[in-house]
Design a protein around this ligand. Structure first.
Ligand code: UDP
Ligand code: MG
Length: 309
């Protein structure tokens, strides 16, 4: 049977949300009157979500489970979804129902009009801490400024993509991924639809600060050389300052001034430049580490159970 819609939901310990997720997506997708599938990617859950996913798939043949051998992270789970999806349009949605499944209908309408990527733009967010809101907002704006692709502001991974786009994305096997950046990078006809982001239905965020920070690093390193160029910038600034200061210091010394006597200035200069150099080395390390990961060429994810066919 020809599948029109594939809906991908990455699952990491979402036991309480799964029944509602399945019900609401089934309701929405049934109303389209077209064939659809729901791909549930179990990203190494430890709370029994895995069994629940298997049960759902047992009862409803439209549910296709992909069970990972361990936790690989949200972005990799999305990638597995792309790999297994069979639909003409592929939707990514969070499992905690922060993204309303009903919006898929609006996205589908845009897709029928000929848009190839329809992303959801958050106009409001409910039930999230000011810290998360503030860091998220800062993050989107920073990425927008320093990366080479214009990733739309305030969009998450919730989006519908045409088969053509997914086929391109499937060829991009980079390990440290930033899916919303990748889907902006490929081009095609893109448009946003607005929505109000709800609070999590149940459970806690699976994105602690540590994971958010890693994602931000992936976004920056994956789409920009800006951090590497900062080193050049600092190099020119400090070399320039030194060149300007040299005649001044020589003059002061010759004229008998005591202004640059003592160790304090030397110590400060050494500490400052030493710090800058170490930071630049660290930045270089981020890129080199990623290069090394790519060179190893390990599989992006390991599936314990893949859907049949
Ligand atoms: N998720 C995942 N693997 C992870 C972390 C999260 O598959 O290591 C899933 C999670 O189950 C949810 C989606 O990614 O479906 C978004 O996570 P979450 O809602 O915790 O992020 P937030 O909305 O707080 O940014
Ligand atoms: Mg969430």
């Amino acid at each position: 049977m020809k599948i029109t819609y594939s809906v991908i939901a990455p699952i990491f310990n979402e036991k309480e949300n799964l029944p509602d997720l399945h019900r609401r997506i089934a309701d929405v997708m049934e109303s389209t009157g077209e064939a659809w599938e729901l791909i549930l990617v179990d990203d190494g859950s430890t709370d029994g979500s895995t069994d629940l996913i298997r049960e759902l798939a047992e009862k409803d043949k439209r549910v296709r489970p992909i069970i990972f051998a361990r936790n690989f992270g949200h972005q990799i789970a999305i990638t597995a979804g792309w790999d297994y999806a069979r639909g003409d349009a592929v939707v990514i949605i969070d499992a905690d129902l922060q993204d309303p499944p009903e919006l898929i209908l609006e996205m589908a309408k845009k897709w029928r009009e000929g848009y190839e990527v329809v992303y959801a733009v958050r106009t409001e967010r409910e039930g999230e801490s000011w810290f998360k809101l503030w860091t998220a907002s800062l993050f989107y704006r920073l990425i927008y400024r320093i990366t080479d692709v214009k990733i739309p502001l305030d969009t998450g991974d919730f989006r519908l993509m045409d088969r053509k786009v997914v086929n391109v994305l499937r060829q991009m096997r980079e390990r440290h991924r930033f899916p919303r950046g990748m889907s902006a990078w490929v081009g095609f006809k893109q448009i946003g639809v607005e929505y109000k982001r709800a609070a999590r239905l149940a459970g806690e965020t699976k994105y602690p600060f540590r994971k958010m920070f890693r994602l931000a690093l992936n976004a920056v390193t994956g789409f920009s050389y800006f951090p590497l160029q900062v080193a050049t910038f600092f190099g020119f600034i400090s070399a320039g300052l030194a060149i300007l200061a040299m005649p001044v210091v020589i003059y002061l010394r010759v004229s008998g001034s005591q202004a640059f006597f003592g160790q304090a200035t030397t110590l400060l200069a050494v500490l400052f430049l030493g710090g800058v150099q170490l930071i630049c080395l660290g930045i270089l390390g981020e890129y080199v580490g990623r290069l090394y990961d790519e060179a190893k060429g390990r599989p992006l994810y390991i599936v314990r159970d893949a859907p049949e066919e």
